[in-house]
Design a protein around this ligand. Structure first.
Ligand SMILES: Cc1ncc(COP(=O)(O)O)c(C=O)c1O
Length: 395
């Protein structure tokens, strides 16, 4: 039987997955510092939060490619909450951000065209690109006390086949916002080559340092380049299981109109977003604010704790982050990252992610989720640093 190369042939689990399976089978507990599912992180979800999904009007099916207008208006209002003006007619509802990426890749790219993505960043880009037959090309982010975009690496990555430049702001896992001066340069590059700019803004609500988002670029406010801003309930109100995302479309009028026409055709072909979730969206966005506040308080407290603990350990460095749900600890390269993560699990009972999952240019980094409940986070961080200190002394 022949299968498409859009799905890689080698689907074998990696060593960490095997180790975790063994560990669970043995029933030996560990602190999971990779938990990034908000519904499993001990937040106080109101018991009746999902009642709006039972709206009686959901019994009638009246399909609309971009979604019902009241939901699109609620999303536009949500952008307004963040100080961005976008009309509801420029909002496209999707099932998730993965769904949004897929739609945009299919509308903007032919098979084999190229999408530039930041490195390090979200590990799913490689799979998302492959499934839609586009080639993912990395450009670099650099760290010198703060993360910045290596614009020269963007220029080097460009080719005649580049159709999309993708930014994640704040980025997973670096926590860096794309600054307005960086956005100016990227927009100039895109405008000159008719390349579209996609900004994944799913973590936009979560500042780790107060005011950090103020210097970030406003993608949807641009008029010189075609832009797509991605968001969703998954992160903005901690409801990944409800499955509602969106795309805000901005830029020069003609390019916006032409892309909306194509997106409408693609959305009309699939009609993926369920009617109940669309009808519930206005209330979920409003009531979900209480979850957002809880998540915000948690990630800030955990980040501050990690930074304070890390500052006391000379061999490790907690990298400065500005926003999002993740933090990075730079550690001495005494052994390969994968080995280190396996040892931390076996000998210190703590699970972290190795930097190579996120395509860091070099080793060694550990990535932790800031979503973990505060007591567990402190316990895990204490295990992690104790192990790193003692292995540093032995080296
Ligand atoms: C940068 C980034 N974009 C998108 C997502 C996923 O969002 P969704 O659940 O809407 O697909 C994640 C999840 O971790 C992410 O890190």
């Amino acid at each position: 039987m022949k299968f498409s190369s859009r799905v890689q042939a080698d689907l074998a689990p990696n060593r960490l997955t095997h180790a975790l399976e063994r560990r669970r089978a043995e029933g030996r507990p560990y602190v999971d510092l990779t938990e990034s599912n908000p519904t499993r992180a001990g937040f106080d979800y109101p018991a009746d939060l999902l009642v709006p999904l039972g709206n009686r009007r959901g019994l009638t099916y009246s399909p609309q490619p971009f979604g019902v207008m009241e939901a699109r208006r609620a999303v536009a209002d949500d952008y307004a909450r963040r100080g961005l003006t976008v009309g509801p007619e420029h909002i496209v509802l999707t099932v998730s951000s993965s769904d949004a990426y897929s739609l945009l890749f299919r509308v903007l790219c032919d098979p084999g065209d190229q999408v530039l993505v930041p490195r390090p960043s979200y590990p799913l880009f490689e799979h998302l690109g492959r499934l839609d037959a586009v080639t993912i090309i990395p450009y670099d982010l650099e760290y010198h006390s703060a993360w910045s975009i290596d614009v020269a690496s963007v220029e080097r990555a460009l080719s005649d086949r580049t159709r999309v430049l993708l930014v994640v702001t704040p980025n997973n896992p670096t926590g860096s916002y794309v600054k307005s001066h960086e956005l100016d340069r990227l927009a100039a590059i895109c405008a000159a080559r008719e390349v579209a700019l996609i900004a994944d803004e799913v973590f936009a609500d979560y500042e780790l340092v107060p005011g950090a988002s103020r210097s970030s670029g406003r993608v949807l406010a641009r008029r010189d380049v075609l832009t797509f801003s991605l968001g969703g309930l998954s992160k903005s109100v901690g409801l990944p299981q409800v499955k509602l995302g969106w795309i805000g479309v901005g830029g020069p009028t003609t390019a916006v109109e032409r892309s909306l026409a194509r997106l409408e055709f693609a959305c009309d072909t699939y009609l993926s977003v369920s009617t109940p979730v669309q009808l519930a969206a206005p209330e979920l966005l409003e009531r979900g604010a209480s979850l957002r506040r809880q998540i915000q308080a948690r990630v800030t407290a955990n980040y501050n704790h990690l930074a304070a603990r890390g500052a006391a350990i000379p061999t490790c460095e907690v990298l400065n982050a500005e926003g999002g749900w993740y933090a990075i600890v730079r550690v001495p390269s005494l052994c390969p990252e994968e080995e280190l993560v396996l040892n931390l699990l076996a000998d210190a009972d703590v699970l972290t992610h190795p930097g190579y999952f996120f395509d860091f240019a070099h080793e060694s980094h550990l990535v932790v989720s800031l979503l973990v409940s505060e007591a567990r986070f402190r316990e895990g961080v204490s295990h992690m640093f104790r192990y790193l200190e003692s292995s540093g002394r032995q080296a």
